[in-house]
Design a protein around this ligand. Structure first.
Ligand code: TYM
Length: 327
């Protein structure tokens, strides 16, 4: 039997390099491996957990599908769907919430960070975020989840829920593992923290042209270019991580040698990095332009994905209902 894989990305706009390297690359790798059955959704329901604009959400969920298809996710190989089209996820989330302690959710670092970021938006939906994510995964009994390292606390919750459901109700949920990529943590261009949609100036979008990429890199902080030790954190460290991800480890080592010797010229580093990033993004952008013109095709992919995903999720939810005394 094929091993099941599930992943998703929230509908907060077009994808950035963090989403691409941390999640989409892993999604692609598993999609192209015949040992896996892959399901990839747009986590549009999860988008309601932080402040959102209705019309933007409506547009953004389609943008994510375009990004998925342009990056190489293939509806012939993967089930691509909107989370909101499969109500079994929210139904299962409620059943699963009966084995979750409130304090466990309140103490999650991801919950605390979001409450700090949006103090007036500490909603029940936000508290339930990890339970819905567990439902997304367990609805398909998926054992593998390609996501960035920031999602590890959520996967831990999913594993706890799986264990409890197995022990208390005799389910056979696997304990889902993260499928990691080389870019499991893409740093911010600001020099602090990770690349994130909610931090202005921190990210490069998959849709950015060469000039936009140059502009974003231009504002990344640097130093004199020379020193006794190569910085392990901050702007320069982050640029070197991007160099490694897009130009390889040996290019990074060359820069490190320069840093300890004659010095790095950041303008040149940034220009060659911009070219390398654009070289990877350009084919994705060309494909995206073509797809954006074919509304019908995208609509069909989504409708077909919903049908296929629902059929699978329904089986699990019915099984849970019976085991819990609801059917
Ligand atoms: P979201 O939209 O916050 O992030 C989407 C994916 O991008 C990854 N990511 C990064 N990876 C490396 N470096 C970064 N700087 C970076 N920024 C973002 C995230 O780790 C994630 O993989 N909770 C999920 C959405 C979700 C989901 C699921 C995922 C909902 N249900 C079920 C898997 C399975 C999330 O973080 O979305």
């Amino acid at each position: 039997m094929k091993k099941r894989v599930l992943s998703g990305i929230r509908a907060t706009g077009t994808l950035h390099l963090g989403n691409y390297l941390g999640a989409v690359k892993g999604m692609l790798e598993l999609q192209d491996n015949p040992d896996y059955e892959t399901l990839y959704m747009v986590a549009d329901v999860h988008t309601l957990t932080t402040p959102f604009d209705v019309e933007k959400l409506r547009a953004n969920r389609r943008e994510v599908v375009l990004d998925y298809l342009a990056a190489g996710l293939d509806p012939e190989k993967s089930v691509l769907f909107f989370q909101a089209d499969v109500p079994e996820h929210t139904e299962l989330a409620f059943y699963l919430s009966s084995v979750v302690n409130i304090a466990r959710m309140q103490h999650l670092p991801t919950f605390k960070d979001k409450v700090k970021q949006y103090p007036h938006h500490a909603t029940m939906a936000l508290l339930n975020y990890p339970i819905l994510m567990a439902a997304d995964i367990l609805a398909y009994k998926a054992g593998f989840v390609p996501v960035g390292i920031d999602q590890e606390p959520h996967l831990e919750v999913a594993r706890e829920i799986a264990r409890k459901m197995n022990e208390q109700y005799g389910m056979d949920f696997p304990e889902p593992q993260r499928f990691a990529t080389e870019g499991e943590y893409v740093p911010s261009l600001t020099g602090e923290g990770k690349m994130s949609k909610s931090v202005a100036g921190s990210y490069i979008n998959l849709t950015d042209g060469l000039d936009a990429i140059r502009d974003h890199l231009a504002s990344a902080p640097t130093d004199s270019g020379q020193g006794k030790v190569v910085p392990a954190t901050g702007g320069v460290a982050n640029l070197l991580t991007l160099v490694e991800l897009f130009q390889g480890e040996s290019q990074r080592k060359d820069y490190e040698k320069m840093y300890l010797g004659e010095g790095i010229h950041y303008q040149e580093l940034k220009e060659s990095l911009a070219q390398a990033i654009y070289k990877e993004l350009q084919p994705i952008q060309a494909k995206r332009t073509k797809l954006a013109a074919d509304q019908k095709y995208v609509d069909n992919v989504i409708a077909d994905g919903a049908k296929r995903a629902r059929a699978l999720a329904r089986q699990t939810v019915d099984e849970v209902k019976v085991k819990m005394g609801l059917g």
